[in-house]
Design a protein around this ligand. Sequence first.
Ligand code: SAH
Ligand code: SF4
Ligand code: F3S
Length: 484
Amino acid sequence: MYNDNPTINNLSNKEIDETRQGEALVLPDGAQANGKKFYIESYGCAMNFSDSEIVASILAKEGYSSSTQYKDADLILINTCSIREKAEKNVRQRLRVFDKSKDKKPGVLVGVLGCMAERLKKKFLEEEKLVDMVVGPDAYRDLPKLIKEADDGGKGVNVFLSREETYADISPVRLGSNGVNAFVSITRGCDNMCSFCVVPFTRGRERSRDPFSIIAEAQDLVNKGYREVTLLGQNVDSYKWSNPETGERVTFAKLLEMTAEVDPRLRVRFSTSHPKDLNNDVLYAIKKYHNICNYIHLPVQSGNSRILKLMNRTYDREWYLERIDKIYEVIPDCTISSDIIAGFCSETEEEHQDTLSIIEYSKYIMSYMFKYSERPGTVAAKKYADDIPEEVKARRLAEIVDLQQEMSHRSNLKDLGKTYEVLIEGDSKKSKDDFKGRNTHNKMLIFPKQEGLKPGDYVYVKVNEVNSATLIGEIVKVHESFNA
Ligand code: SAH
Ligand code: SF4
Ligand code: F3S
């Protein structure tokens, strides 16, 4: 879910352009069309994509319609990521493209949103002449005012980080949507201080969204035909909310159950879990509800306790292994994925071997794998030397990637001959004759279409063939009662 390139669910840039149409932007009640169009491009994690949908909703209220082509737009927005140096480079390159483009509309405004806006603040305006607005992740309600300021020839800047803002009352406009899967933000910000990570600086303090607005959004999605929600936060397990009147508390496990109760046809996923906070109540909730998917994204970062301490992850190797054991004990068929950083400050060969062995032990079905990239202002940048040579980082990363690929393949081989309940998400990338859809384990299946079925329907698919990325199969049964 994290990518330095602009992607939605692993779609390439081109594919996003093709699918970005999504839900037609219907102007909300009371909004007057202003004849203007906005174009938005998103980088980074799912939170950023989810935020772009909030931004779209705010602009729709102002009368804007959306465009899939920046050349048609009166307002170009780029929602940015700061997580690694490469992510920032990509954004700057993209700004160059907008800058040089002769086809863009005269008088077009360009706004930078998101984490890079927050990190660089006003400096952005000095560094990138093209930019008219710099808007941090908690300031999107201010966009109409900032646009006005920029329209009047000024520069609009708001990078205020809030302790309360959750955009709970804003109903997101689903961009680039397939009408089946949707992201729902449940927390914003992060209170952990992993020493390598820029997120606490770009997103501010952690806050949890009112559970009733989350449930209402999930219900609304079901009514519109959606069949899967992914509850989003940097650390979903630390979700906490208490009713100001009754004092009643809602934990993440409780919120999962409440979401699962919305409708048995609605699949519930969540991301990201932090190993220190993933508690047994969450595991029991997954076990109890068929529609809470048996899949956990549990980033380890490193398999070595000394490195984990330097990273300030607040757990060690033993703690992580205990969590893995517990997951497989409570939910034997659960699948697990991870995030891994290669070549963190002072990492030795032996410590790198510990990362390889934890990948094998944990049997990850998939990992997001990165070379350590020093970020200005973080504890690691201030305290530790970024002393692993680039070629060593690259070699360690390649070893991690190779092992992960082997683990993915091994896991997929075990699926041969098995039949899974699959939610149809759309056409397969390769052929319009095939559907694609995922099983509870978050594995993608490809299978020939059958008359009368559409995205959002549930089918049972038998796996006949596998590679390290996908399972290939055929429909053996249709879930009649779910597909009404
Ligand atoms: N909140 C999530 C992760 C958010 S960032 C969690 O705690 O797991 C997504 C991933 O980017 C991280 O898990 C980490 O693997 C990677 N990452 C973050 N900062 C990085 C850096 N400075 N260099 C390389 N990778 C980094
Ligand atoms: Fe960054 Fe750590 Fe927070 Fe994740 S938990 S966003 S890695 S500080
Ligand atoms: Fe990037 Fe910000 Fe997400 S730094 S990973 S877009 S929270």
